[in-house]
Design a protein around this ligand. Structure first.
Ligand code: GLC
Length: 803
């Protein structure tokens, strides 16, 4: 008898009752869709969605079920694909510009070749399935071969090293308070992975919202298998010229976020919890008094009346509207938490309304899904019901429109429950699932994402054309369309500092660039040095927030002695200087789908070792190598081929090898690619404190040609979607005797700054002359042995320096 308990399927890898497709007996091709049928009622439908995205879908029924997925971006459009489809004795061959897909008649195995005829992916056992007697439907499984040196990346928030080969994982959103290295599953469910083999890359997205499993060469080192205990074997294959191209294919399918408001990329301060109001004011005033830049303050669950969402504890916060407005005057945005559990209380309007409208989840035989979370016994909205989402969105009117909150933080939405072994809903709970009713087995992994979606819609509705900040703890593939995220309840330990680095890079390449960790650790008190190193790591994370459980000492930037405060201040100031670079990376992410944070291999596939873990890229040109151990004051780093400048000292390194670099506590080792242009802001206490009058372009000399970008808009609002932005493209061209900086940009938007201060870095030779748009200029000054500075209009097109 096969064990089909929740975990049982893990053991049913190759059970005796396994069934495989038989011999192919027919195939049919029309309009980029090729359907192959085997002699044992198994059908494979291959859909050419774009020239690089191919969908593979199997069924063992005479039909394909209703086609719906929460992951796929509704904006995704199938494109015209040039292809040929032929058949010979042994196979059906589909040839596109990038791929040759062979479907063998024997068991309908799929083998995929690139345009040069290299085999890049091949089925081992291919598709197989088991009947699922208890629940109906199938346990579906796919297995493919692994080449000896093939590396794999992705899969969301897993804590392992970047190359996930040799591991087994489960995706089943779980509240893992105090998780450890290797804890699995975690909060998020992202069924996307990359393959990298000898410079050849592809991606696989398994579009299945049931509990999914991945064995990446753990059970058998040459086999990749993925399976689910329900739903369809429905996966997308992405061909990529390189790993970044694979990211772009995945986000083309599952979507990208809108631009966040710039303040949301500033520093944010959080604790469980700052209350009462006087405490919130004390923290924010101290932030200004200490001159620590900060843009947002958070209210955790204690602002509510008995943890009832959408209410206020009026003793702690007698006049929230006034408080939020005072905070705003002092340059702080207020962000508050909202959980899914709605307290069972007949005097509580949200509960009564949800009940009257029938929006709460029910058990299989009728009773409401009841479970304990912070407020005690609760019911839970069914966020897979569009009407419930609309109702939920409407609940934000008071918080956003009236009180003036700028962001909402969704938590506990795995969904998490207290006091039950599964830590979540029983599997029989019913869900609407957009009109295709399902059990929790199918809806669990999408619940958090649909909550974030409803929240985002609500906040946007009432934010008066301001861009919201939404944060969610759980999510599914495609969650990036609605929300940012953090890595959950980590610990104040050196190990967790490193995990935060691994997880954020991985989340980013899994589609969710807008991510960060609880800086300093959520559980326990960090020592000063750990906090400093964590802030220094956070400088490069798009979501930059200190958070702590508050049951230990304080965790504010000034909590660790004046020496550490000074270092933390400097690091946060650096973050604000780098904001325009970060904002540009975000914009480019929304346009290209390429991740903001990238493991080294993603930016330099020709020379990098596939296993470099301790470093990361922010965008194209900034490589950071944080310190992850106590008492470390120098560290070994790898710099990819090409020249690199140490940002702080401007020292030049010739990459392609390892270096030992200084890393005193005051320093974050990070490097800029030679040839890059990095836009920076002046020092500020918060976004909007002053109108930006000058942007400094740090322009690093390199021989040859290098391209950089710089994006600027109104920093909030939606005018940018109507073209109210400027995107400058810079090209630097260096040789032995000249250095040229060219700019081109879209017309029609005038940014607040009219001038650039350009710093040419790496120019140690004597300058003969400088021409700005054809006119010689003497208005430059040497500020350092290798640094020359000049001020030019923001509209310049070419600066030529001769030396
Ligand atoms: C959960 C969250 C944490 C939050 C706490 C109280 O543990 O992960 O960030 O502070 O709940 O709301």
């Amino acid at each position: 008898m096969i064990d089909i308990s929740e975990e049982g399927l893990m053991n049913v890898v190759y059970g005796p009752q396994e069934k495989h497709p038989g011999e192919m007996v027919s195939f049919n091709e029309t309009d980029q869709v090729i359907t192959c049928s085997a002699d044992n009622e198994c059908h494979l439908r291959i859909e050419l969605l774009t020239s690089k995205i191919v969908r593979f879908r199997y069924t063992v029924k005479p039909y394909f079920p209703h086609d719906f997925s929460y992951a796929i971006d509704p904006k995704f459009k199938k494109e015209h694909v040039n292809y040929e489809c032929n058949v010979d004795e042994q196979r059906v061959i589909i040839k596109t510009d990038y791929l040759e897909i062979h479907i063998l008649k024997h068991k309908m195995f799929v083998h995929i070749y690139d345009a040069e005829g290299n085999l890049i992916s091949s089925d081992e056992k291919g598709f197989h399935w088991e009947e699922n007697h208890e629940y109906g439907g199938e346990n579906v499984k796919m297995s493919k071969s692994i080449f000896p040196e093939q590396a794999f990346y992705g899969l969301g928030d897993k804590t392992t090293l970047q190359n996930i080969k040799g591991n087994r994982f489960t995706n089943w959103g779980s509240d893992e308070f105090g998780f450890k290295a290797g804890t699995d599953p975690l909060y998020k469910n992202i069924n996307f992975l990359y393959s990298y083999y000898k410079g050849k890359t592809f991606g696989l997205y398994f579009d299945n919202s049931f509990r999914t499993f991945y064995d990446i060469g753990q059970e058998r080192k040459d086999i990749l298998s993925f399976w689910a205990n329900g739903g369809e074997m429905d996966y997308y294959f992405f061909y990529g010229d390189d790993l970044l191209d694979v990211s772009a294919q995945y986000t083309q399918l599952t979507g990208v976020p809108e631009m966040p408001p710039l303040w949301a990329l500033g520093y944010q301060q959080c604790k469980w919890s700052y209350f009462p109001e006087s405490n919130v004011m004390e923290i924010t005033e101290r932030m200004r008094a200490e001159k620590i830049p900060c843009d947002a303050i958070y209210l955790d669950i204690d602002y509510m009346d008995g943890f009832r969402c959408f209410t206020w504890n009026k003793e702690r916060f007698p006049d929230p509207k006034q408080m939020v407005s005072n905070l705003k005057t002092n340059g702080f945005k207020t962000v508050a938490i909202i959980d899914p559990g709605i307290k069972i209380d007949f005097d509580y309007s949200v509960f009564k309304e949800g009940l009257a409208k029938g929006y709460f989840c029910r058990r299989m035989d009728g009773p409401y899904m009841q479970g304990k979370v912070w407020p005690g016994e609760c019911y839970f909205p069914d966020f897979t019901n569009p009407e419930a989402r609309e109702w939920w969105a409407g609940l934000f009117q008071e918080l956003i429109e009236d009180i003036g909150l700028a962001g909402i933080w969704n938590d506990m939405n795995e969904p998490a429950l207290f006091d039950v072994p599964s830590k979540t809903f029983p599997l029989d709970v019913r869900h609407h699932y957009e009109g295709h009713p399902s059990s929790h087995r199918k809806a669990h992994n999408v619940y958090g994402m649909q909550m974030a979606r409803a929240t985002s819609e609500g906040v946007k509705k009432f934010a008066g054309n301001k861009r919201p900040l939404i944060i969610t703890r759980s999510g599914f593939s495609g969650m990036q369309r609605f929300s940012s995220t953090w890595t959950g309840d980590n610990l104040a330990s050196w190990e967790h500092l490193y995990l935060a680095h691994l997880q954020t890079l991985r989340l980013s390449i899994s589609g969710v660039s807008f991510c960060g960790s609880d800086i300093g650790g959520f559980i326990d008190q960090p020592e000063g040095e750990l906090y400093v190193r964590w802030i220094q790591l956070g400088v490069f994370h798009p979501f930059f927030r200190t958070h702590s459980s508050g049951d230990h000492g304080s965790q504010e930037p000034w909590s660790f002695g004046s020496k550490n405060t000074a270092i933390v201040r400097k690091a946060i100031e650096l973050r604000y200087k780098l904001l325009p670079y970060l904002y540009t990376c975000f914009y480019e992410h929304t346009i290209t789908g390429r991740p903001m944070l990238r493991p080294v291999i993603f930016n330099s596939t020709d020379d990098a070792d596939v296993n470099i873990n301790e470093e990361g890229f922010l965008g194209e040109h900034l490589l950071f190598s944080p310190v992850f151990q106590k008492n470390i004051r120098s560290k070994k780093i790898y710099l990819p081929k090409g020249k690199w400048y140490d940002y702080e000292s401007t020292e030049v390194f010739e990459g392609g090898k390892m270096f030992i670099v200084r890393a005193p506590l005051t320093k974050i080792p990070f490097f800029i690619r030679a040839g890059a242009v990095i836009p920076t802001f002046p020092k500020m206490q918060y976004v909007g404190e002053k109108v930006i009058k000058t942007v400094t372009l740090k322009t690093y000399f390199a021989e040859g040609e290098t391209t950089s970008g710089f994006y600027m808009d109104d920093l909030d609002g939606y005018q940018y979607q109507e073209g109210a932005y400027r995107y400058s493209r810079f090209i630097t061209k260096g040789s032995g005797s000249t250095f040229v900086l060219g700019q081109s940009f879209n017309k029609g938007y005038e940014p607040s700054f009219h001038n650039y201060r350009i710093q040419f870095i790496g120019l140690s030779s004597e300058i003969q002359n400088i021409h700005i748009d054809g006119v010689e200029s003497k208005e430059y000054r040497r500020v350092h042995d290798n640094k020359v500075e000049l001020i030019v209009k923001n509209s310049f097109t070419e600066i030529i320096i001769q030396f």
